[in-house]
Design a protein around this ligand. Structure first.
Ligand SMILES: [Zn+2]
Length: 67
């Protein structure tokens, strides 16, 4: 284990939307106003990831690659 990793401990993240989850941080508790559950940016990210997968599918079809 490196020295840097030992600085991080289990900490509870509480979001304004009510959801909470655990993560590794230098702080015991973290309060956030948005999280992956309620932030539209994260939801948009998932949409982007989906469309990217669609692009790969298109690419594969175009080049005759079958999954
Ligand atoms: Zn939230």
């Amino acid at each position: 284990m490196s020295k840097k990793a030992s600085l991080y401990k289990d900490s509870k993240v509480t979001c304004a939307c009510g959801s909470s989850f655990e993560t590794k941080s230098t702080q015991d508790e973290i309060h956030v106003e948005v999280c992956s559950e309620c932030h539209p940016f994260y939801q948009g990210k998932q949409v982007n990831r989906k469309s990217k997968a669609g692009q790969i599918e298109k690419f594969n079809k175009k080049h005759g690659i079958e999954n």
